[in-house]
Ligand binder design. Structure first.
Ligand code: NAD
Ligand code: UFG
Length: 336
């Protein structure tokens, strides 16, 4: 299939390219590198021995985006491009509403202009908000608790409305849990700008000596060891979920929503222990106050994806830490 991938140079996008290229899909990447490096794309080419189109372009640039669509004539779009830092979205909500929502609208318009009617969208478990029950299934009420999460919720609604304008339009909304780890080559991985916001890249930078110690945000939650619990999914499993989603277009109409997670919750202490084992390094930590807006625990019900997409997560937390360590130790300064 001819697939246009927005944000393909990013963390999840670059891993997804590996899955798609290995299945012989024809790819065109659009990225403005606001949070990524084109080096990731070169490495994907080398790893897969496949070439693809690449455009240095902001998806908000409607005329240029339409040109790319007209030339490439994609049969489907996978839409990763967007801003994703929760704290930044609270400090500058308009930036997030503008970039993420206007970006999505600009993309849907370009799709309309060239009759491209299939989209896979990167949504997030963050759309669920405070759990009414666990694990979250796709029918759980939606109540995102920060502007970033609300952009995901609003874009889901916009895409649903977009599909209603034509019986042949199809959308798959993928709600990711916590994507972590790296391709097992150690050649591509997560390369956050500045001090990482997220647990795994933070631990990896402590292990490699770039940061002194980890702050564990709270050890007094009502969980089995007092620390926060999340559903950590290996980014290569997540990538394969996109390839499975693209295959599912022929079996569906309208909109389908899938959680992509492992179904298991892992605590912060358990992640630290697994990373120590995988790296052979000590991970010094301090117990810090709870982080504002953090939920104590959540994990996925992913049976719908297992049953309909024929997809499931295979990697364990030990695999995740091994691959994350491999990437970080091989690329101490990321792509720089
Ligand atoms: P990322 O920042 O590594 O990748 C996003 C990519 O989009 C980057 O390459 C960036 O340069 C590009 N981009 C951003 N704005 C753009 C624009 N206006 N025009 C063109 N390119 C643009 O993030 P990621 O972790 O790979 O996440 C990909 C998607 O998945 C995002 O939409 C994110 O919100 C979503 N998601 C991520 C997580 C996570 O924890 N990583 C969890 C749930 C959902
Ligand atoms: N944590 C620490 N110290 C750190 C970073 C995190 O103790 O330095 C803890 C958090 O308190 C939480 C757990 O590690 O209990 C995971 O935190 P992350 O920041 O890695 O991930 P979140 O679950 O907060 O959020 C992530 C993405 C969001 C996305 C969400 C989807 O950052 O964008 O998963 O479930 F929406």
């Amino acid at each position: 299939m001819r697939i246009l991938v927005t944000g393909g140079a990013g963390y999840i996008g670059s891993h997804t390219l590996i899955s798609l290229l290995s299945k012989e899909h024809e790819i065109c990447v659009v990225d403005n590198y606001v949070n990524s490096s084109p080096i990731a794309l070169d490495r994907v080419r080398r790893l897969t021995n496949h070439d693809f189109e690449q455009h240095d372009l902001d998806i908000g640039n409607g005329p240029e985006l339409s040109n790319v669509f007209t030339k490439f004539q994609p049969e489907a779009v996978i839409h990763f491009a967007g801003l994703k830092a929760v704290g930044e979205s609270e400090r500058d909500p308009l930036l997030y509403y503008h970039e993420n929502i206007s970006g999505a609208i600009s993309l849907l318009k370009a799709m309309d202009a060239c009759n491209c009617r299939q989209i896979v969208f990167s949504s997030s478990a963050t759309v669920y908000g405070e759990p009414c029950y666990l694990p979250y299934d796709e029918k759980h009420p939606l109540a995102p608790i920060n502007p970033y999460g609300r952009t995901k919720y609003f874009i889901e609604e916009i895409i649903k409305d977009w599909t209603k304008t034509d019986n042949n339009k199809k959308a798959i909304l993928l709600r990711y849990f916590n994507p972590v780890g790296a391709d097992n080559s150690g050649e591509i991985g997560e390369d956050p700008d500045g001090i990482p916001n997220n647990l795994l890249p933070f631990i990896a930078q402590v292990a490699v000596g770039r940061l002194e110690h980890l702050n564990i945000f709270g050890d007094d939650y009502d969980t089995r060891d007092g620390t926060g619990i999340r559903d950590y999914i290996h980014v290569s499993d997540l990538a394969d979920g996109h390839a499975a989603a693209v295959n599912y277009f022929t079996k569906m109409s309208g909109v389908e929503i899938f959680n992509l997670g492992t179904g298991n919750g892992i605590s912060v202490f358990e992640v630290v222990e697994a990373f120590k084992q995988a790296s052979g390094k000590d991970i010094p930590f301090h117990i810090a106050p709870r982080r504002n807006g953090d939920l104590p625990a959540y994990w996925a019900e992913s049976k719908k994806a297992n049953n309909l997409l024929g997809w499931s997560a295979n990697y364990t937390i030990d695999d995740i830490c091994r691959d994350s360590w491999h990437w970080q130790s091989k690329n101490q300064e990321g792509y720089k």
